[in-house]
Design a protein around this ligand. Sequence first.
Ligand SMILES: Cc1cc2nc3c(=O)[nH]c(=O)nc-3n(C[C@H](O)[C@H](O)[C@H](O)COP(=O)(O)OP(=O)(O)OC[C@H]3O[C@@H](n4cnc5c(N)ncnc54)[C@H](O)[C@@H]3O)c2cc1C
Length: 410
Amino acid sequence: MTVNQSQLAPPHIAILGSGPTGLEAALAAHRGGFAFTLYEAAPHIAGHITAWGHVQLFTPWSMNVSPNMRQALEAAGQTVPDTQACPTGQELVDGLLAPLGRLPEIEKHLRLGHRVIAVGRQGLLKHEEIGSADRGARPFRLLLEDGDGRQQVAYADMVLDCTGNSVANAVGDGGIPAPGEQSAAPCIEHRIPDMSREASRWAGCTVLLIGSGHSAQTALRDLVDLATEHPGGKVIWLRRSQGQDLGVVEGDPLPERARLTAQAQQFLVEPPPCLTIEAGAVVDALAVDGPGDGLSVTLRDHQGQTKILQVDRLLALTGKVGDHHLYRQLQIHECYATSGPMKLAAALLGASGGGGDCLAQTSLGPDTLKNPEPGFFILGSKAYGRRNDFLMRVGWQQVEEVFQLLHNNH
Ligand SMILES: Cc1cc2nc3c(=O)[nH]c(=O)nc-3n(C[C@H](O)[C@H](O)[C@H](O)COP(=O)(O)OP(=O)(O)OC[C@H]3O[C@@H](n4cnc5c(N)ncnc54)[C@H](O)[C@@H]3O)c2cc1C
C-alpha cells in the first residue's frame, strides 16, 4: 500500500460518491468556500445510475434537477430540461450529472475511478474517545483503491458518505443466504436486464425472477415481452407474498409508476402463457447444475412443502443496501430495523412508519442527520437504509441541512 503523505495538506471535506447527492454536496461545498474532494468508484460520473441507464425514471425532469444544479449549469451557459418527460437513467447522466461533473469548480476536485474502501480516524479505534472532543479533532483516514487495485490513503476533516446502495440482499429465507447461494453467486444476476442490448442472452430461456418491487416489476414486464416474442422462453415469478402488494399508489401522480404497477397487477390476475407465478414461497436451497447448465432452485411454501425448479437464469431483484463495512471503524449508530443512521431512521419511522410513498418524503431536519461520530454524515439513498421510499430531492434537502450545520459551526 502506498501512503500518500501529501494528502495530509489542507483540511477539507471528502464527498464519497458522485450520484445526484454527492454532486449536490460538491456544489454546496464550492458555494460555501469549503475545500473538498469528490471520490467516485466508477471511471465515470454516477456509476450506479449508469448501471441502470436503460431504465426510465418515474420522476420527470422537473423533479430531477435541483435549483442549485440548474443555477450552476445555466451560469455556465448550459440548458437543462425542465419538462414533464421522464428521462432514462442514461439521459439523466448525459443531460445533467456528467455536465455537472465537467464544471471546472467540480472537475478539479473529482477523483474518478477511486473507490473508498474504508474510513477510520487517524490514531483512534472505534471504541476510543467516546463522545470526547478529541475524537472530532483527529482527521479521518480514508483507504482508496483505483481501478488497477493500487491503494493509497487520503485524509479529510469531514466525510459525507453519499455512496448509495450497492450490496444486493440475499435471496434465502429470512434475508440470509440460502444453502448454496454463496457458491452460486456468479450465476445470480442482480440488475435489470437491458433487452435492447442483451435480448439474445435471455431469449428462449427459463428465467426465475425473484422480487416484487419496482425493479422486479420492470424486469418482469421486459421478460414477459421477450418470452412472448420468442417462443420457448418462460418466466417464473417468485414472490414471498401471496397478496397483491405491488406498491400501488391510489391516484398515482407519477404516470410511469402507475403504468408499471397496473401491468404487474394484471400479470397476477391473468398471467400470460409464458408466465408462472410462485406466490407465498421462499428459496430453500440453490445449486449450480454445471457449467452452462443452469441452476436447481428448491422452493418452500408456507406449509413447508418443497419443490425443485430447473432454470437457465436466476434474476434476483430483492433490493440493495449500502456498504456498511465502509464505516465499520467509526461510531455510527445504525437502526436495528432499516440499517439507516439511527436518528434519521427513528424520525422517518415516526413520520411515515415503515415505508410510504416516496413523493411524501421530505428531509426531517439537520439534527436527524448527525451521528455519534463527529463530522461523518450518511446522505442520499444510503441514509434511507432498507426503506424504498427515497427520492433524489430528499438528498438535496439533506445536503442543504448539513451545510447549514457547517456554516453555523464556522
Ligand atoms: C431502477 C431505479 C429507478 C429509480 N428511479 C428513481 C426516480 O424515478 N426518481 C428518483 O428520485 N429516484 C429514483 N431511484 C432512486 C435513485 O437511485 C436515487 O434517487 C438516486 O440515484 C440516489 O442518489 P445518490 O446520490 O444518493 O446515490 P447513487 O445514485 O446510488 O450514487 C452513489 C454513487 O457513489 C458511488 N460509489 C459507491 N460506492 C463507492 C465507494 N465506496 N467509493 C466511491 N464511490 C462510491 C457510486 O458509483 C455512485 O456513483 C431509482 C433507483 C433505481 C435503482
